[in-house]
Design a protein around this ligand. Structure first.
Ligand code: AOF
Ligand code: ZN
Length: 355
Protein backbone atom coordinates (compact mmCIF):
# COMPACT_ATOMS: atom_id res chain seq x y z
CA UNK A 1 0.00 0.00 0.00
CA UNK A 2 2.97 2.26 0.61
CA UNK A 3 3.89 1.87 -3.05
CA UNK A 4 0.29 2.50 -4.11
CA UNK A 5 0.38 5.76 -2.10
CA UNK A 6 3.53 6.80 -3.92
CA UNK A 7 1.92 5.90 -7.24
CA UNK A 8 -1.17 7.99 -6.35
CA UNK A 9 0.95 11.12 -5.91
CA UNK A 10 1.77 11.06 -9.63
CA UNK A 11 -1.75 12.41 -10.21
CA UNK A 12 -1.26 15.40 -7.87
CA UNK A 13 -2.31 18.62 -9.54
CA UNK A 14 -3.97 16.96 -12.53
CA UNK A 15 -6.60 14.56 -11.13
CA UNK A 16 -8.60 17.23 -9.27
CA UNK A 17 -11.53 17.61 -8.70
CA UNK A 18 -11.24 13.82 -8.61
CA UNK A 19 -9.19 12.24 -5.83
CA UNK A 20 -5.65 11.02 -6.46
CA UNK A 21 -5.53 7.21 -6.41
CA UNK A 22 -2.78 4.62 -6.83
CA UNK A 23 -2.99 0.86 -7.42
CA UNK A 24 -0.44 -1.96 -7.35
CA UNK A 25 -1.07 -5.53 -8.56
CA UNK A 26 0.88 -8.38 -6.99
CA UNK A 27 1.03 -12.00 -8.15
CA UNK A 28 3.17 -14.74 -6.62
CA UNK A 29 5.01 -12.16 -4.52
CA UNK A 30 5.91 -10.03 -7.52
CA UNK A 31 4.58 -6.66 -8.65
CA UNK A 32 3.07 -7.24 -12.09
CA UNK A 33 1.31 -3.91 -12.60
CA UNK A 34 0.87 -0.42 -11.23
CA UNK A 35 -1.04 2.71 -12.13
CA UNK A 36 -2.54 5.95 -10.93
CA UNK A 37 -5.44 8.24 -11.78
CA UNK A 38 -3.38 10.73 -13.75
CA UNK A 39 -5.94 13.10 -15.14
CA UNK A 40 -9.50 14.22 -14.44
CA UNK A 41 -11.78 12.42 -16.91
CA UNK A 42 -9.11 9.84 -17.70
CA UNK A 43 -8.87 6.16 -16.72
CA UNK A 44 -8.88 5.29 -13.03
CA UNK A 45 -5.88 3.91 -11.15
CA UNK A 46 -7.20 0.33 -11.25
CA UNK A 47 -7.68 0.45 -15.03
CA UNK A 48 -4.16 1.78 -15.61
CA UNK A 49 -2.69 -0.79 -13.21
CA UNK A 50 -4.50 -3.66 -14.95
CA UNK A 51 -3.51 -2.52 -18.42
CA UNK A 52 0.15 -2.22 -17.33
CA UNK A 53 0.27 -5.87 -16.18
CA UNK A 54 3.19 -7.87 -17.54
CA UNK A 55 1.35 -11.13 -16.68
CA UNK A 56 -2.29 -12.22 -16.62
CA UNK A 57 -3.71 -10.61 -13.41
CA UNK A 58 -6.05 -13.63 -12.87
CA UNK A 59 -5.62 -14.75 -9.23
CA UNK A 60 -3.59 -11.68 -8.21
CA UNK A 61 -3.93 -9.21 -5.31
CA UNK A 62 -4.65 -5.54 -5.84
CA UNK A 63 -3.63 -2.78 -3.41
CA UNK A 64 -5.63 0.38 -4.08
CA UNK A 65 -5.60 3.57 -1.99
CA UNK A 66 -9.33 4.33 -2.46
CA UNK A 67 -12.37 2.08 -2.72
CA UNK A 68 -12.89 1.09 -6.39
CA UNK A 69 -15.88 2.75 -8.00
CA UNK A 70 -18.94 0.77 -9.09
CA UNK A 71 -20.73 3.57 -10.97
CA UNK A 72 -20.69 4.89 -14.52
CA UNK A 73 -19.15 8.36 -14.39
CA UNK A 74 -16.80 9.66 -17.05
CA UNK A 75 -15.44 6.10 -17.07
CA UNK A 76 -17.05 2.66 -16.49
CA UNK A 77 -16.99 0.95 -13.06
CA UNK A 78 -13.60 -0.29 -11.90
CA UNK A 79 -15.33 -3.10 -9.99
CA UNK A 80 -16.53 -4.64 -13.31
CA UNK A 81 -12.98 -4.79 -14.64
CA UNK A 82 -11.56 -6.22 -11.38
CA UNK A 83 -14.21 -8.98 -11.46
CA UNK A 84 -13.71 -9.64 -15.18
CA UNK A 85 -9.94 -9.97 -14.75
CA UNK A 86 -10.51 -12.43 -11.86
CA UNK A 87 -8.44 -10.51 -9.33
CA UNK A 88 -8.61 -12.64 -6.20
CA UNK A 89 -8.12 -10.12 -3.38
CA UNK A 90 -8.42 -6.36 -3.10
CA UNK A 91 -6.78 -4.43 -0.27
CA UNK A 92 -8.39 -0.99 0.02
CA UNK A 93 -6.88 2.05 1.78
CA UNK A 94 -10.12 3.81 2.59
CA UNK A 95 -13.79 4.00 1.63
CA UNK A 96 -14.80 6.56 -0.99
CA UNK A 97 -17.45 8.67 0.82
CA UNK A 98 -18.88 10.05 -2.47
CA UNK A 99 -22.67 9.59 -2.73
CA UNK A 100 -22.19 7.24 -5.71
CA UNK A 101 -19.79 5.06 -3.74
CA UNK A 102 -19.65 4.93 0.07
CA UNK A 103 -19.15 1.19 0.49
CA UNK A 104 -20.93 0.15 -2.70
CA UNK A 105 -17.74 -0.78 -4.55
CA UNK A 106 -16.67 -3.02 -1.67
CA UNK A 107 -20.09 -4.63 -1.59
CA UNK A 108 -20.12 -5.33 -5.34
CA UNK A 109 -16.68 -6.96 -5.16
CA UNK A 110 -17.61 -9.13 -2.16
CA UNK A 111 -20.84 -10.27 -3.80
CA UNK A 112 -18.82 -11.39 -6.82
CA UNK A 113 -16.60 -13.49 -4.56
CA UNK A 114 -13.58 -11.17 -4.41
CA UNK A 115 -11.92 -11.08 -1.00
CA UNK A 116 -11.79 -7.48 0.27
CA UNK A 117 -9.91 -5.92 3.15
CA UNK A 118 -10.57 -2.27 3.85
CA UNK A 119 -8.60 0.23 5.98
CA UNK A 120 -5.01 -0.65 5.04
CA UNK A 121 -2.80 2.42 5.86
CA UNK A 122 -6.10 4.28 6.13
CA UNK A 123 -4.71 7.45 7.77
CA UNK A 124 -2.15 7.88 5.01
CA UNK A 125 -4.70 7.13 2.28
CA UNK A 126 -7.00 9.83 3.69
CA UNK A 127 -4.02 12.17 4.19
CA UNK A 128 -3.06 12.32 0.50
CA UNK A 129 -6.61 13.40 -0.45
CA UNK A 130 -7.35 16.09 2.15
CA UNK A 131 -8.94 18.47 -0.41
CA UNK A 132 -11.22 15.69 -1.77
CA UNK A 133 -12.46 14.53 1.65
CA UNK A 134 -12.77 18.08 3.01
CA UNK A 135 -14.84 19.30 0.08
CA UNK A 136 -17.16 16.28 0.15
CA UNK A 137 -17.78 16.99 3.84
CA UNK A 138 -18.19 20.76 3.67
CA UNK A 139 -19.00 21.79 0.07
CA UNK A 140 -16.05 24.19 0.34
CA UNK A 141 -12.49 24.03 -0.96
CA UNK A 142 -9.75 23.32 1.60
CA UNK A 143 -8.10 26.66 2.48
CA UNK A 144 -4.40 26.54 3.32
CA UNK A 145 -2.52 29.61 4.58
CA UNK A 146 1.06 29.77 3.42
CA UNK A 147 3.19 32.45 5.03
CA UNK A 148 6.87 33.19 5.47
CA UNK A 149 7.62 35.34 8.48
CA UNK A 150 10.47 36.30 10.76
CA UNK A 151 10.48 34.76 14.25
CA UNK A 152 8.47 37.73 15.55
CA UNK A 153 5.73 37.13 12.95
CA UNK A 154 6.65 39.99 10.57
CA UNK A 155 5.84 39.45 6.89
CA UNK A 156 7.73 42.56 5.72
CA UNK A 157 9.43 45.69 7.04
CA UNK A 158 7.29 48.74 7.76
CA UNK A 159 8.08 50.16 4.33
CA UNK A 160 7.01 46.92 2.64
CA UNK A 161 10.32 45.18 1.87
CA UNK A 162 9.87 41.40 2.03
CA UNK A 163 12.47 39.93 -0.34
CA UNK A 164 13.45 37.48 0.94
CA UNK A 165 12.44 36.42 4.40
CA UNK A 166 12.51 32.64 3.96
CA UNK A 167 15.39 30.53 2.63
CA UNK A 168 15.74 29.44 -0.99
CA UNK A 169 14.83 25.90 0.02
CA UNK A 170 11.55 27.11 1.54
CA UNK A 171 10.73 29.10 -1.57
CA UNK A 172 11.24 25.99 -3.71
CA UNK A 173 8.91 24.08 -1.43
CA UNK A 174 6.21 26.70 -2.11
CA UNK A 175 6.38 25.82 -5.80
CA UNK A 176 5.70 22.19 -4.91
CA UNK A 177 2.68 23.31 -2.88
CA UNK A 178 1.44 25.36 -5.86
CA UNK A 179 1.61 22.24 -8.00
CA UNK A 180 -0.26 20.18 -5.41
CA UNK A 181 -3.15 22.55 -4.70
CA UNK A 182 -5.74 23.66 -7.28
CA UNK A 183 -5.50 27.43 -6.85
CA UNK A 184 -3.44 30.21 -5.31
CA UNK A 185 -5.08 33.26 -3.71
CA UNK A 186 -3.70 36.74 -2.95
CA UNK A 187 -5.12 40.14 -2.14
CA UNK A 188 -4.94 43.18 -4.42
CA UNK A 189 -2.22 44.88 -2.33
CA UNK A 190 0.14 41.96 -2.80
CA UNK A 191 -0.30 42.19 -6.58
CA UNK A 192 0.25 45.98 -6.53
CA UNK A 193 3.33 45.70 -4.37
CA UNK A 194 5.08 42.51 -5.55
CA UNK A 195 3.53 41.87 -9.01
CA UNK A 196 3.97 38.09 -8.50
CA UNK A 197 3.59 35.41 -11.20
CA UNK A 198 2.29 32.75 -8.79
CA UNK A 199 3.31 30.00 -11.20
CA UNK A 200 5.32 26.78 -10.72
CA UNK A 201 8.90 27.39 -11.84
CA UNK A 202 11.29 25.82 -9.33
CA UNK A 203 10.01 22.27 -9.73
CA UNK A 204 8.17 20.26 -12.36
CA UNK A 205 4.43 20.70 -12.42
CA UNK A 206 1.49 22.59 -13.77
CA UNK A 207 0.42 26.11 -12.82
CA UNK A 208 -2.43 26.56 -10.35
CA UNK A 209 -5.43 28.76 -11.11
CA UNK A 210 -4.55 32.25 -9.84
CA UNK A 211 -7.16 34.11 -7.78
CA UNK A 212 -6.98 37.72 -6.64
CA UNK A 213 -9.42 39.77 -4.56
CA UNK A 214 -9.96 43.29 -5.91
CA UNK A 215 -12.94 45.16 -4.51
CA UNK A 216 -13.07 47.97 -7.08
CA UNK A 217 -11.47 46.21 -10.09
CA UNK A 218 -8.62 48.67 -9.89
CA UNK A 219 -5.77 46.32 -10.85
CA UNK A 220 -4.18 46.86 -14.23
CA UNK A 221 -4.72 43.90 -16.62
CA UNK A 222 -0.97 44.15 -17.37
CA UNK A 223 -0.06 42.68 -14.00
CA UNK A 224 1.89 39.41 -14.28
CA UNK A 225 -0.82 37.45 -12.47
CA UNK A 226 -3.07 37.92 -15.52
CA UNK A 227 -0.60 36.76 -18.13
CA UNK A 228 -0.48 32.98 -18.08
CA UNK A 229 -1.83 29.69 -19.29
CA UNK A 230 -3.79 28.53 -16.26
CA UNK A 231 -6.31 31.37 -16.09
CA UNK A 232 -6.92 33.99 -13.44
CA UNK A 233 -10.05 34.72 -11.42
CA UNK A 234 -10.83 38.08 -9.84
CA UNK A 235 -13.12 38.16 -6.83
CA UNK A 236 -14.84 41.52 -6.67
CA UNK A 237 -17.89 43.30 -5.29
CA UNK A 238 -21.42 43.04 -6.72
CA UNK A 239 -21.38 46.83 -6.85
CA UNK A 240 -18.72 47.14 -9.60
CA UNK A 241 -19.90 48.57 -12.89
CA UNK A 242 -19.76 46.81 -16.25
CA UNK A 243 -17.45 49.48 -17.65
CA UNK A 244 -14.77 48.67 -15.06
CA UNK A 245 -14.84 45.04 -16.28
CA UNK A 246 -14.15 45.80 -19.95
CA UNK A 247 -10.40 46.10 -19.50
CA UNK A 248 -10.22 42.38 -18.56
CA UNK A 249 -12.17 41.10 -21.60
CA UNK A 250 -10.58 38.44 -23.87
CA UNK A 251 -7.67 37.83 -21.54
CA UNK A 252 -8.75 34.53 -19.99
CA UNK A 253 -9.83 36.34 -16.83
CA UNK A 254 -13.03 35.34 -15.00
CA UNK A 255 -14.81 37.54 -12.50
CA UNK A 256 -16.77 36.37 -9.45
CA UNK A 257 -18.96 38.97 -7.77
CA UNK A 258 -19.83 38.66 -4.10
CA UNK A 259 -21.53 40.69 -1.39
CA UNK A 260 -19.62 42.93 0.98
CA UNK A 261 -19.92 42.68 4.74
CA UNK A 262 -18.69 45.66 6.73
CA UNK A 263 -16.74 46.85 3.71
CA UNK A 264 -15.03 43.48 3.15
CA UNK A 265 -15.65 41.03 0.31
CA UNK A 266 -17.52 37.94 1.48
CA UNK A 267 -14.94 35.28 0.64
CA UNK A 268 -17.06 32.43 1.97
CA UNK A 269 -19.48 33.16 -0.86
CA UNK A 270 -16.61 33.25 -3.35
CA UNK A 271 -15.23 29.93 -2.07
CA UNK A 272 -18.61 28.23 -2.55
CA UNK A 273 -18.67 29.46 -6.14
CA UNK A 274 -15.09 28.29 -6.68
CA UNK A 275 -16.07 24.88 -5.31
CA UNK A 276 -18.85 24.71 -7.89
CA UNK A 277 -16.18 25.36 -10.55
CA UNK A 278 -14.36 22.22 -9.35
CA UNK A 279 -11.72 23.95 -7.20
CA UNK A 280 -11.05 21.71 -4.21
CA UNK A 281 -8.10 23.50 -2.56
CA UNK A 282 -6.78 27.07 -2.35
CA UNK A 283 -3.34 28.09 -1.15
CA UNK A 284 -3.63 31.61 0.29
CA UNK A 285 -0.26 33.31 -0.18
CA UNK A 286 -0.85 36.79 1.18
CA UNK A 287 -0.77 39.39 2.34
CA UNK A 288 -1.28 40.24 5.99
CA UNK A 289 -4.85 41.49 5.55
CA UNK A 290 -5.83 38.31 3.65
CA UNK A 291 -4.37 35.99 6.31
CA UNK A 292 -6.06 37.91 9.13
CA UNK A 293 -9.40 37.96 7.29
CA UNK A 294 -9.28 34.20 6.66
CA UNK A 295 -8.43 33.38 10.27
CA UNK A 296 -10.78 35.93 11.83
CA UNK A 297 -13.64 34.60 9.68
CA UNK A 298 -12.74 30.98 10.45
CA UNK A 299 -12.25 30.20 6.78
CA UNK A 300 -8.66 28.96 6.99
CA UNK A 301 -8.38 25.20 7.52
CA UNK A 302 -4.63 24.65 7.53
CA UNK A 303 -1.44 26.61 7.94
CA UNK A 304 2.00 26.16 6.43
CA UNK A 305 4.29 28.69 8.10
CA UNK A 306 7.96 29.15 7.27
CA UNK A 307 9.62 30.80 10.27
CA UNK A 308 12.92 32.39 9.31
CA UNK A 309 15.64 32.97 11.92
CA UNK A 310 15.38 36.77 11.67
CA UNK A 311 13.85 39.54 13.75
CA UNK A 312 12.15 42.37 11.86
CA UNK A 313 9.86 43.84 14.48
CA UNK A 314 7.56 45.59 12.00
CA UNK A 315 3.83 46.17 12.32
CA UNK A 316 3.10 43.92 9.30
CA UNK A 317 2.19 40.78 11.25
CA UNK A 318 0.76 37.73 9.53
CA UNK A 319 -2.14 37.63 11.94
CA UNK A 320 -3.77 40.55 13.78
CA UNK A 321 -7.09 42.07 14.76
CA UNK A 322 -8.58 38.94 16.30
CA UNK A 323 -9.97 40.72 19.36
CA UNK A 324 -9.11 37.58 21.35
CA UNK A 325 -8.93 38.50 25.03
CA UNK A 326 -8.10 35.19 26.68
CA UNK A 327 -5.33 32.84 25.67
CA UNK A 328 -7.83 30.04 26.17
CA UNK A 329 -9.79 31.51 23.22
CA UNK A 330 -6.81 31.57 20.86
CA UNK A 331 -6.75 29.65 17.59
CA UNK A 332 -4.75 26.50 18.09
CA UNK A 333 -2.84 24.44 15.57
CA UNK A 334 -3.63 20.74 15.79
CA UNK A 335 -1.77 17.76 14.35
CA UNK A 336 1.15 20.15 14.26
CA UNK A 337 4.33 19.07 12.50
CA UNK A 338 7.72 20.78 12.69
CA UNK A 339 10.31 20.34 9.97
CA UNK A 340 13.54 22.03 9.01
CA UNK A 341 13.58 23.79 5.67
CA UNK A 342 17.09 25.11 5.05
CA UNK A 343 17.65 27.44 8.02
CA UNK A 344 13.90 27.96 8.47
CA UNK A 345 11.49 26.10 10.70
CA UNK A 346 8.41 24.85 8.88
CA UNK A 347 5.31 24.65 11.08
CA UNK A 348 2.30 22.88 9.58
CA UNK A 349 -1.06 21.94 11.03
CA UNK A 350 -4.85 22.25 11.11
CA UNK A 351 -6.44 25.39 12.55
CA UNK A 352 -8.83 24.77 15.40
CA UNK A 353 -11.06 27.66 16.40
CA UNK A 354 -12.39 27.98 19.94
CA UNK A 355 -16.16 27.52 20.44
C1 AOF B 1 -11.69 4.75 -8.55
N1 AOF B 1 -10.41 4.86 -8.97
O1 AOF B 1 -8.66 6.08 -9.61
C2 AOF B 1 -10.57 7.21 -8.87
C3 AOF B 1 -11.89 7.07 -8.36
O2 AOF B 1 -16.14 10.44 -13.60
P1 AOF B 1 -15.25 9.29 -13.27
O3 AOF B 1 -15.64 8.02 -13.94
O4 AOF B 1 -13.78 9.62 -13.46
O5 AOF B 1 -15.45 8.99 -11.69
C4 AOF B 1 -15.01 9.91 -10.74
C5 AOF B 1 -15.33 9.41 -9.35
O6 AOF B 1 -14.70 8.15 -9.11
C6 AOF B 1 -14.79 10.35 -8.25
O7 AOF B 1 -15.77 11.27 -7.87
C7 AOF B 1 -14.46 9.40 -7.12
O8 AOF B 1 -15.61 9.11 -6.34
C8 AOF B 1 -14.04 8.14 -7.85
N2 AOF B 1 -12.60 8.15 -8.06
N3 AOF B 1 -12.39 5.84 -8.20
O9 AOF B 1 -12.20 3.64 -8.50
C9 AOF B 1 -9.82 6.03 -9.17
N4 AOF B 1 -10.02 8.43 -9.09
ZN1 ZN C 1 -13.00 3.67 -10.76
Amino acid sequence: MGLALREALKGAGTASPNPIVGAIIVKNGKIIGKGCHKKFGGPHAEVNAISSCVEDPCGSDMYVTLEPCSHFGKTPPCTDLIIKEKIRRVYIGTTDPSPHSNGRGTEVLRRAGVEVECGVLEKECIGINEPFFHSLRTGMPLIILKAASSLDGSLATDNGDSKWISSEKSRKMVHRLRNFYDAVLVGRNTVEKDDPLLTVRHCRGRNPVRIVTDEHLSLSPDKKIFGNDSGTIIITSKTVTETSETKYKNKGISIIKVDENNGELDLEQAFRTLHSYGIRSILAEGGAAMFSYLINNRLADKIVLFLAPKLIGSSVKFFSGSGIELVSDSVSIEDVKYKRSGVDLLVEGNLRYSD
